[in-house]
Ligand binder design. Sequence first.
Ligand code: ADE
Ligand code: ZN
Length: 339
Amino acid sequence: MNMNDFIAAMPKAELHMHIEGTVSAAKVLELAERNGVEIPYTSEAEILAAQDYGFPALENFLDYHYMCSSVLREGRDVFEITRNFLNKCLVENIRHVEMFFDPQQHIERGVSFDELMDAMTTACKASDVSTGLIMCMNRDRSLDSAIEMLDLAGKHRGDIIGVGLDSYEEGNPPVKFQEFYYRAREEGYRLTAHCDCDQKDAVKHAHQCVHNLKVDRIDHGLHVLDDPELIEVVRSREIPLTMCPTWRPSDPEPRRLMALRKMLDLGLPVCLNTDDPEEFASRYLTNMMQSVQQDGDFSADEMTQFMRNAFRGSWIGEEQRTAHLTELEAHLETYLQQK
Ligand code: ADE
Ligand code: ZN
C-alpha cells in the first residue's frame, strides 16, 4: 500500500461541509433547467471557470456559492444532492459526516423547514454513512431570523445535533448571535461557528466564539494562531478546529499548509475538511488529503492525527467513537507494518 492508497482507504470523518456546496456543475445546470432558474452560466466549463474568483476570497466565493445554490427549489432537489453526497462518502470511506444546512436560504426559495428536514433525513436514513445535521445561521441576517429558525427546528430536535454560524463575516460578529447561542445550548444543541480566514477582526471574533458564545468547536479557526491566549484556550479546552485547506483551480497547492503544520506541532485539535466540495478544485476528502500530505510533507502518523482529531471532535456517541478510532489505529498499523 503506498501513501495515496493509505489515505484513500483510511476510515474518515468530516465535520465541516455545507450540503449546498455539493451541487456539481452538471447538477447546477440540470436543476436550473428543471426549475426554470436563470443563472449566468450556460456550460459546466463556465461554472468551473467561475471557481477561480479573486480577492476578497470569502465574499467572492459566497457570491458564487449562493448563485449555484439558487437552483435548489424543491425538497426533491435537496434530497437528490444529499443522496448523491452520501453515495460519494461511501466511496471516500467516510464513516461519519456532520453536514451544515442553511435553512433561511431554502425557506426564502420556497422549501419549508419541514420539507427541507424531510428531504435530508430521508436521504440520511437510507444511507450506510453515519450522519449528523447542523443548522447554520447566515450571520448577515438578523438575530430575530435566527431565533425564528430555532423555533422551527423545535419539532426536529432529534434530527439536528447542533447549530452553526456562516456566510459574510465582516460586520457580523459572533456576539450578534449571543442570545441565539444561549438558547440553543439550553435546548441541548452542540455549538459551533465559522471564524473564517483573513477576515477583519478575526482574532476578536475567535475570542467572542470562545468566551461569549462558548462554542464546542470552531469552523476554520486559522487566526487562533495569531493569539497566544487563544492557542492556550483551544489547547486546554480541546476545542476542535475544522480547517479547510481548499484551493481554487489556479492555486498552486492547498492553502494553509503552514498553518496546519503549526497547529499539529502545537498540539491543537485540528482536522481536515472540504467545506463545499463541488465548489473548490480540491473536491472531496481523499483528493484533498492526498495533496495536503504530498505538498505539506506530512507523515502517515500525522495524517492519522488529523483524522483522530476529527473522530474525537465529532458529536457521536462514545461507543461509536471508540470503534472508529480503533479501526483508524489498525489501519495505520497495517500500513506501517507492510511499508
Ligand atoms: N457557506 C458555505 N461555505 C462557507 C464558508 N466557508 N464560510 C462561510 N459561509 C459559508
Ligand atoms: Zn464552511
